[in-house]
Design a protein around this ligand. Structure first.
Ligand code: GLU
Length: 423
C-alpha cells in the first residue's frame, strides 16, 4: 500500500497536470524546504530513560511564516509529518492566510506518560527546535493528542529560552496565556460553515429538515466532539460517533450532549476511557462499521487513510466532510467521485482551525482581545469566501473539490514563490 506522503504527492501530481504546472516548479512543491529529525530523551518518573523520535517538517514559507500543528501519536513518523506539512502549505493557501506550511510530531502515545513526563517531553521538544521556530518564523499549534496545556508549556519554554514574553510563537493556547476566544471550536465551526454553504448551493441533494438529516462522526477528539455538539445544536440528527476504541449507534439519534458531557468528564480523570462505556441508549459498533453506515453526511474527524481502497465502494453517504487531515485516500476519492459522493476536502473543510490560529496570532501581535462573536464571525467570512473561490475553480476545471483545492492552492503557492523571486 502507498504511504500517506506518497498519496499526498500523487494528488499534487494530478492537480499539477491539470493546471499544466511546469515540472521544475512541481519539483519544488514536492519537496519540503527543511526536515528536522530528532531523538528526544525523557527521564521517566521512575528514573528510566526513554528515547522518542520527533520531527518538524517545514514545507514552504513563500506566503509567510511556516504554520502547522504538532501531534503526539505512537504511529507518528517522518512520512506522516511530511505529508501533513505539505497539506498545511496547501491548506493555508486555500483559505488565503499569510502563512506557509509545516507540521511537527513526536512518536509517543501520550497516554503512557504522567502529566509531569508529558510536560518535560514538551519542553524538550522546544529545546530541540527553538532555533527554527518563532512568531515570525514558524508558529506551531495543537493537532492530534496535543492541547492548550501542551501549547502553554511549549510557549513558556520558548519564552524562557529567549528571555522574552513571546506567546505569538504558538497558537491554540489557554485563554490566560494569549489564547483566543473561539479557537477551541474553530476547526469544527469552520467545517460546518463549509458544509452548510455546500448544502445551500446543492439544495436538491438532501431535501430534508435538519432534524431528519443523519450524520455519523468518526472521532470524538477536539474536531469530532465539537462538530457533534455544534451540529446537534443546529438540530441535525447525529446517529453515530466513535473514538479510537470503537463507536456507538442509535438510528433515532444519539443524545449527544449528555453522552459527550459524561465522556469528556471521565476522560479528564482517566485518559483510557472509551465513548462506548458512556451511559445512554445505543448499540456498540466498530469504527469500520461506522464508516459504512447509510447516512446523509459522514464526517471522518480522526486520522488519515480511513476511507481507502478497501472500503471506498462500501461508503453509503452523499457527503464526506473531511475534518481530519487526509482521511480519504487518493484512490478512494476517485471512487467516491464516480459514485457521486461529494468529498469536501480537508484542506478547506478543516482549515477553520488554522484560521482561528491566525486570528489568535493577530491578537498576540497587536495585544488586542476580541470577543467570541467577533472571532467566529471572522472565521465564518474567511471560510465562506474560500468555499466560493473553490467552487468557481471546481466549475472551471470541471473536476472534483479535492483536485480543485489542490490545483488552486498550488497556483497560489507558485505565485507567492514568484513574487519573492524564489523561482
Ligand atoms: N493542527 C491543525 C491543522 O491541521 C491546526 C494548525 C494550526 O492552527 O496551525 O490544521
Amino acid at each position: 500500500m502507498e504511504s500517506f506522503y506518497q498519496d499526498v504527492l500523487r494528488r499534487i501530481k494530478k492537480a499539477s497536470e491539470i493546471i499544466k504546472l511546469p515540472e521544475q516548479i512541481e519539483e519544488v512543491i514536492l519537496n519540503p524546504q527543511r526536515i528536522i529529525q530528532l531523538s528526544l530523551t525523557l527521564k521517566r518518573d521512575n528514573g528510566n530513560i526513554e528515547t522518542y523520535k520527533a520531527y518538524r517538517v517545514q514545507h514552504n514559507d513563500a506566503p509567510g511564516p511556516f504554520k502547522g500543528g504538532i501531534r503526539f501519536h505512537a504511529d507518528t513518523d517522518l512520512d506522516e509529518v511530511s505529508a501533513l506539512a505539505t497539506l498545511m502549505s496547501l491548506k493555508n493557501s486555500v483559505v488565503n492566510l499569510p502563512y506557509g506550511g509545516a507540521k511537527g510530531g513526536i512518536g509517543v502515545d501520550p497516554r503512557s506518560l504522567s502529566e509531569a513526563e508529558l510536560e518535560r517531553l514538551s519542553r524538550e521538544y522546544v529545546n530541540a527546535i527553538h532555533n527554527v521556530i518563532g512568531p515570525r518564523k514558524d508558529i506551531p499549534a495543537p493537532d492530534v493528542n496535543t492541547n492548550g496545556q501542551i501549547m502553554a508549556w511549549m510557549a513558556d519554554q520558548y519564552s524562557l529560552l529567549n528571555n522574552n514574553y513571546l506567546p505569538g510563537v504558538f497558537t491554540g493556547k489557554p485563554m490566560n496565556f494569549g489564547g483566543s476566544f473561539g479557537r477551541d471550536i474553530a476547526t469544527s465551526f469552520g467545517g460546518i460553515v463549509v458544509l452548510e454553504e455546500f448544502l445551500k448551493k446543492e439544495k436538491k441533494l438532501i431535501k430534508k429538515q435538519n432534524s431528519e438529516i443523519t450524520i455519523a462522526i468518526q472521532g470524538a477528539g477536539n474536531a469530532g466532539a465539537n462538530a457533534a455538539r455544534i451540529l446537534s445544536k443546529k438540530g441535525y440528527k447525529i446517529i453515530a460517533i466513535s473514538d479510537s476504541k470503537g463507536g456507538i449507534l442509535n438510528k433515532n439519534g444519539l443524545k449527544i450532549e449528555a453522552i459527550l458531557d459524561e465522556y469528556q468528564e471521565e476522560k479528564r480523570k482517566d485518559s483510557s476511557v472509551t465513548i462506548t462505556e458512556s451511559g445512554g441508549e445505543f448499540q456498540k459498533i466498530t469504527n469500520k462499521e461506522l464508516l459504512e453506515l447509510t447516512v446523509d453526511i459522514l464526517i471522518p474527524a480522526a486520522l488519515e487513510n480511513q476511507i481507502n481502497n478497501e472500503n471506498a465502494k462500501k461508503i453509503k453517504t452523499k457527503i464526506v466532510l473531511e475534518l481530519a487531515n487526509g482521511p480519504v485516500t487518493f484512490d478512494a476519492n476517485e471512487a467516491l467521485f464516480e459514485n457521486k459522493v461529494t468529498v469536501l476536502p480537508g484542506i478547506l473543510a478543516n482549515a477553520g482551525g488554522v484560521v482561528g490560529s491566525y486570528f489568535e496570532w493577530v491578537q498576540n501581535n497587536s495585544g488586542d482581545r476580541w470577543s467570541k462573536e467577533d472571532v467566529l464571525g471572522k472565521i465564518e467570512t474567511k471560510m465562506k469566501e474560500a468555499f466560493a473561490d473553490l467552487d468557481l475553480v471546481k466549475t472551471k476545471l470541471k473536476t472534483d473539490y479535492h483536485t480543485a483545492a489542490f490545483a488552486s492552492s498550488i497556483l497560489k503557492l507558485q505565485e507567492a514563490m514568484k513574487t519573492r523571486g524564489r523561482i
